[in-house]
Write a protein that binds this ligand. Structure first.
Ligand SMILES: NC(=O)c1ccc[n+]([C@@H]2O[C@H](COP(=O)([O-])OP(=O)(O)OC[C@H]3O[C@@H](n4cnc5c(N)ncnc54)[C@H](OP(=O)(O)O)[C@@H]3O)[C@@H](O)[C@H]2O)c1
Length: 251
């Protein structure tokens, strides 16, 4: 029997929530991580016969990252035929140009790197190690951003973290021959992150108008249909062939 175990970070809202809700009807076991629990997701998974475990960890905190990696992967069921890890949790981090990123922003910069980069490296490493000898189909999807591939003034921290995710994915692909890995830009999505972007000060983020316009013109992707498209992509036979990819390249 086909048995899929899926792990999704940042499952409490936005894209991660939409991915987790759809995986609750596709996977045999769903493991989610976010600071907020979601009872409705738990009920949905139970109704679908999907075993669901939620870990309330703050992935911007190094101790929580270690606890998550150990807690999830030391007890991972070795009998699945497919393992999926979706590193989706992310933050914009502190926004502002060089004059603003001073000593008082140090902690915020470190937390953004912990969440957007360090948690991905540590969770992926533990996942690859735990699945190495299973003989299963092993897939890692890192949610990156166009911001990691094209610079935006004021987004030095965000762009740098997403570029790091892209390069880490390339390195992990070289190392882990038993797995397929992709770093995927999802496009502009109608989530809380975009609300936060629209509330930025244009002095800190000069490209603000572009995002306001996209919202006004209803050009943002909705999380649910986008999640469906991303999961079709993740389950496809070609997944992993293009390790730095963009979902907007697909119909
Ligand atoms: N929205 C866009 O237009 C867009 C564009 C390109 C790329 N992306 C990327 O897509 C991914 C999802 O973005 P989104 O727009 O859905 O974001 P969102 O609406 O802000 O949701 C972020 C998710 O990450 C979790 N999260 C945030 N901080 C966390 C922490 N410290 N520890 C654990 N979990 C944490 C949140 O859960 P809790 O708060 O409950 O912890 C939430 O579930 C991110 O990686 C983002 O960079 C988004």
């Amino acid at each position: 029997m086909n048995k899929t175990i899926a792990i999704v970070t940042g499952s409490s809202r936005g894209l991660g929530k939409a991915l987790a809700y759809q995986l609750a009807s596709q996977a045999s076991e769903l493991i989610t991580v976010a600071r907020t629990d979601d009872g409705q997701l738990h009920a949905l998974a139970n109704n679908n016969g999907c075993k669901h475990t939620h870990y309330r960890f703050d992935l911007s905190n190094l101790q929580h990252i270690n606890a998550a990696a150990l807690g999830i992967f030391s007890v991972l069921d070795p009998s699945a035929s497919r393992y999926i890890l979706i590193n989706n949790a992310g933050t914009l981090g502190p926004v502002g140009q060089y004059g603003k990123l001073r000593h008082d922003a140090t902690n915020a910069v470190a937390e953004a790197f912990n969440l957007n980069v360090n948690s991905i490296i540590m969770l992926t490493s533990a996942f690859l190690e735990a699945t190495r000898n299973t003989g299963a189909d092993v897939r890692v999807l890192n949610i990156s951003s166009g911001a990691g591939r094209s610079p935006s003034a004021g987004w030095g921290v965000y762009c740098a973290t997403k570029a790091a995710v892209d390069m880490y994915t390339r390195v992990a692909k070289l190392e882990a021959k038993h797995a397929r890995l992709v770093s995927l830009a999802p496009g502009v999505i109608d989530t809380e992150m975009q609300e936060n972007i629209r509330s930025l000060d244009p002095a800190d983020f000069p490209t603000l108008e572009r995002y306001t316009q996209l919202h006004q013109n209803r050009e943002l992707s909705q999380p649910e249909p986008l999640a469906q498209k991303i999961l079709n992509y993740l389950h496809s036979a070609n997944f992993g062939q293009t390790e730095i990819d963009d979902i907007r390249h697909y119909l």
